[in-house]
Write a protein that binds this ligand. Structure first.
Ligand code: ISJ
Length: 459
């Protein structure tokens, strides 16, 4: 074993030449500003992740990587990830005195929206299932903070307790100074990628929605070019200020960072309790309270939006019923209000059968008609054929699973891919039989706004 930069790196284990052994230890720490945990470790840039749920119950920040699970071209990606995760945990020594979800070894990452669509240059750094275990992880769980240290050894060493203590002290000794964020990185160019073509495709799809196919979600991209390199820390800070009631996430991979603030939960699992969310149907926020309520009431009463929403409710309900003993779902949607937009929202609760897992539920749910369409197979074929975009990780399950099988995945919308001084941002909307092309175009423009603003490209 050798130490590099003060951290244990065993190249042979990393290359998968030996079966590995995971040693993991959790300690409780004095709560500090969690974002500084991410920003202070800028020398790990390219190997960090950030996660915060809308209620700030679970915040996870990972630094470094001790295990990567990158899977391509597998028929069942979800089960392949689950199997690799279980296999990895099989040879392990876990030192964790805290009975909380999201502490101890955690696998973090995301899936491609559609692994069957050919990958383009844009997403070439990401696998279809792109997951990893950090070397260090801060978990803030209901206000309490824990530090997990993970170490992979080629075989169990009698001195593993001492080694992990050393790794812990190296971590605490390491004082990196937070780089000040750069304010005011000028936007040089904003390119609506295939904007006119998108309208054309929407028009064609609307005209063909009379038969079996009822709803198709079509997405587009906007490429932003800035003068200087975009700082992930700065964007995260902006998202935390402006979209605090969203899932805020960042997944770094070398020079790429997939980042966003999504309002949409795919699934959360705590013990046998599971939660999912139906989110579809959109209208802008009003300029004042009265106007805002008026728009909300209009959305709740709008037949087109209610129909779009109901496809999602029906599908999620039947997916949940396949693996749950019990499913609870309100009979009518309510409103979820974000800074720039309001949505129809129906929460779903269930009790999962003992034999089922979080990954199984993700496999059944993705893509819901909120991101794919209805029926699922026909909608996916349409998107694959017509949409001029490689969605990559956009619109797909992104989140974490801990060593006990608990975890949470969001649908990674309102997101963008930062690549040095450029970023692609993505937005889509549900197209149904009576959709209006110009209105749908405006809706996607509204969905770009949170990322445009966080990147510094719009007020
Ligand atoms: C596809 C997106 O959003 C989805 C589509 C919605 C709609 O069509 O009304 C609403 C919420 C999301 O489920 C996106 O933001 O990119």
């Amino acid at each position: 074993m050798k130490y590099s930069k003060g951290l244990l790196v065993d190249d042979k284990v990393k290359q998968g030449k030996y079966s590995s052994f995971l040693v993991s230890k959790v300690i409780k720490i004095e709560p500090k500003d969690y974002l500084s945990f991410f920003t202070n470790y800028s020398s790990y840039k390219g190997k960090r992740f950030f996660w915060k749920d809308p209620s700030s119950e679970n915040i996870l920040i990972g630094i470094g990587r001790c295990k990567e699970i990158y899977i391509n071209k597998q028929k069942d990606l979800y089960m392949a990830v689950e199997q690799s995760w279980r296999d990895f945990l099989e040879n392990s020594k876990l030192m964790n005195d805290f009975n909380r979800i999201g502490v101890g070894p955690v696998l973090f990452g995301g899936f491609s929206f559609d692994p069957e669509k050919p990958k383009t240059e844009l997403w070439k750094s990401f696998a279809d299932a792109h997951f990893f275990v950090p070397e260090f992880m801060l978990s803030e769980i209901n206000g309490e903070q824990f530090l997990t240290v993970n170490m992979v050894m080629d075989e169990i060493d009698v001195n593993y307790e001492q080694e992990i203590e050393e790794k812990l002290s190296l971590f605490f000794d390491r004082k990196e100074n937070m780089k000040p964020y750069m304010e005011g990185n000028p936007l040089i160019n904003s390119i609506e990628v295939n904007g006119e073509k998108w309208k054309h495709v929407v028009g064609n799809v609307v005209a063909n929605l009379n038969g079996m196919l009822k709803k198709v979600v079509l997405a587009r991209e906007c490429r932003l070019v800035f003068k200087e390199e975009i700082q992930t820390e700065f964007v995260l800070d902006q998202l935390l200020r402006e979209q605090n009631n969203s899932y805020i996430f960042a997944l770094e991979e070398g020079d790429n960072c997939f980042i966003g603030a999504s309002p949409e939960r795919l699934v959360k699992k705590t013990g046998n309790k599971v939660l999912s969310t139906c989110l579809a149907g959109s209208i802008p926020r009003g300029e004042n309270e009265e106007r805002d309520q008026e728009l909300g009431a209009r959305l709740l009463a709008d037949e087109k939006n209610r129909t779009e929403h109901q496809y999602v409710v029906n599908m999620i309900q039947s997916a949940m019923e396949m693996v749950c003993k019990q499913v609870e779902i309100p009979t009518a949607p309510s409103l979820m209000k974000m800074r720039d937009i309001q949505h129809l929202y129906t929460p779903v609760k269930g009790i999962l059968r003992e034999t089922e897992s979080l990954m199984e539920l993700i496999r059944l749910l993705h893509p819901t008609p909120a991101l794919g369409g209805f029926p699922q197979r026909l909608a996916m074929e349409k998107i694959r054929k017509e949409e001029q975009l490689d969605r990559g990780l956009y619109g797909a399950p992104l989140g974490w699973i801990d060593y006990q099988g608990n975890g949470e995945f969001a649908v990674s919308i309102r997101s963008g891919l930062i690549q040095k001084n450029e970023a692609s941002i993505f937005a889509g909307c549900g197209i149904v039989a009576n959709s209006d092309v110009e209105l749908e175009y405006k809706e996607t423009a509204m969905k770009f706004r949170p990322m445009q603003r966080a990147l510094g490209g719009k007020k």
